[in-house]
Design a protein around this ligand. Structure first.
Ligand code: GLA
Length: 511
């Protein structure tokens, strides 16, 4: 064969191999690609930062859930809530996990139902080792499959799995086994890995779970530490390349609103976590919040940066003395987020350049201040920013002055319950309403096919609210308990990107 012809054939073969291998990039194997969970950073509340182990009980979780709703946090997107390490369950003689009814009189399933009825999602906690950190509860080691089945039976939507008492265990192997156990239990669950960065989960955990701790604890319970928070931000900030929709770096829960922080520190802390696309899991006492804490935690313009569907983790693009300029975070509408953080003890003025922001000069740009809620511009050239000590300016820079918010999905309930009498056919409908508190209306949610024959779901729309009508028909059903998990998918209309899948439970009791 002539050399030119042989070369041509080799080239064709290489092109064919490349074509056949397309779509085999690691991104097609993310866990979230299959379950559609946590395509934006999870938002919610866990008790640990403020309370530690005590007093964790049903009353605290319920009171906090009510406070989360009352304060406007639910409407701003916070949804996952539940106990952290406390004394929630034990292992009985048969090896099965059982709820601690003294502390959780409704049982852990009852608590899940309570939260779901209020349109909240249920978060639980366990450990990959033999015990949880204080040894107050059993860990999952050697019981992964039964335990993840118990969590599914309790209707957990989110599980944080700690790394205490894991001598001799390998994080990637242990957490992968727990992933397999969750998949076997067949309930969609956001998996939060908590090995404090051990085993470098940012290198492999996107295929295992949805978020992973990158650092040690942000504070001991009840004692917010500004210094540790800054260390966590610095370490987590370097890992920006590992984050994206469905797979997040987690520099630990929020300390916003805890004792000992100034308003400026609360604001800059929250700005950093928004800019790093970090999970926003509040850790303060939601029942006793100052108006300033509520304003910070519910600032939808800041949350919009965090919940952006592109899921880019911003990074430090430049330092001017101690001042950090964070950018590199393009948003779904083509605008850019910029954070100027001044950790120093005196106020500063810096000039943010078009280059920092990622726009070519000399464009005329609009600048939105996400804490002052003011737009200036159009202007070209540098953007002068004045920032007080330990405070932050969080900006959005755009070619237009529209600054839309990404979707913020809020449901009135995540559970529909039907009761019927056997041999008396029942046709009944219950509605679940889902609102977009971001900008504008969404396309219709698309319900995944494959529902059981007794259930049908249709979706209708009115403005930014969509109603899921769940219709059950019990003709021919024997006595028993029937359960289905409904999944619906949607996409953000401006960017066309998939949104986190919406899941809820339907229970049918035929007596
Ligand atoms: C670890 C985790 C914390 C908390 C405690 C509970 O330290 O990192 O977030 O869950 O365990 O003991």
């Amino acid at each position: 064969m002539k050399p030119a012809r042989a070369l041509f054939l080799v080239l064709i073969a290489l092109l064919l191999i490349a074509w056949l291998g397309r779509g085999e990039s690691p991104t097609t194997k993310l866990r979230a690609d299959a379950d559609g969970l946590a395509l934006t950073p999870p938002m919610g509340w866990y008790p640990w930062n403020e309370f530690g182990q005590e007093p964790q009980n049903e009353e605290l979780i319920k009171e906090t859930a009510e406070a989360l709703i009352r304060s406007g946090m639910k409407d701003a997107g916070y949804a996952y809530i539940g106990p952290d390490e406390g004394i929630c369950f034990s292992r009985d003689a048969t090896g099965k996990l059982t709820s601690n009814l003294a502390r959780y009189p409704s049982g852990l399933r009852g608590l899940g139902d309570y939260l779901h009825a209020r349109g909240l999602k249920y978060a639980l906690y366990t450990d990959a080792g033999t015990h949880t950190c204080s040894k107050a509860m059993p860990g999952t080691k050697g019981h992964e499959f039964e335990d993840m089945k118990a969590f599914a039976d309790w209707r957990a939507d989110y599980v944080k799995i700690d790394w205490c008492n894991t001598e001799g265990q390998n994080p990637e192997q242990a957490y992968s086994r727990l992933r397999d156990a969750q998949l076997a239990a067949a309930r969609p669950i956001v998996f939060s890995l908590c090995s404090w960065g051990q085993g470098q989960p940012w290198k492999w955990a996107a295929w295992v779970g949805h978020l992973w701790r990158t650092t040690g604890d942000i504070c001991p319970p009840g004692k917010a530490s500004w210094a540790t928070a800054m260390q966590n931000a610095a370490a987590n900030g370097k890992l920006y390349a590992a984050a994206g929709p469905g797979h997040w770096n987690d520099p630990d829960m929020l300390i916003t609103g805890m004792r000992g922080l100034s308003e400026a520190q609360n604001r800059s802390f929250f700005s950093l976590w928004c800019m790093m696309a970090s999970p926003l899991i509040a850790g303060n006492d939601l029942r006793n919040m100052t108006p300033s804490t509520i304003r910070i935690l519910t600032n939808r313009e800041a949350i919009g940066i965090n919940q952006d569907p592109l899921g880019i983790q911003g990074r430090i693009v430049r330092r001017e003395g101690a001042v950090e300029i964070w950018a590199g975070k393009r948003l779904f509408d083509g605008s850019q987020a910029v954070l100027v953080f001044n950790p120093a003890s005196a106020p500063v003025q810096v000039e943010v350049t078009a280059g920092d922001v990622g726009f070519a000069e000399p464009e005329a740009l609009y600048i939105r201040d996400l804490w002052k809620h003011e737009t200036t511009g159009p202007r070209s050239g540098n953007i002068p920013v004045v920032v007080r000590s330990q405070d932050a300016a969080l900006l959005r820079v755009s070619r237009t002055d529209s600054f839309p918010l990404p979707p913020i999905i809020v449901a009135d309930s995540y559970r529909a319950v039907f009761r019927a009498t056997a041999n008396t056919p029942l046709e009944s409908t219950q509605a679940i309403t889902v609102r977009n508190n971001g900008s504008g209306a969404l396309p219709l949610w698309k319900v995944r096919p494959g529902l059981p024959s007794w259930l049908s779901v249709s979706v209708s729309q009115s403005g930014n609210t969509e109603t899921f009508s769940n219709k059950v028909s019990t003709a021919g059903l024997a006595k028993g308990h029937y359960h289905a998990v409904v999944r619906a998918d949607n996409h953000e209309p401006l960017s066309g990107l998939p949104m986190s899948a919406l899941y809820y439970d339907v229970d049918l009791e035929v007596d």
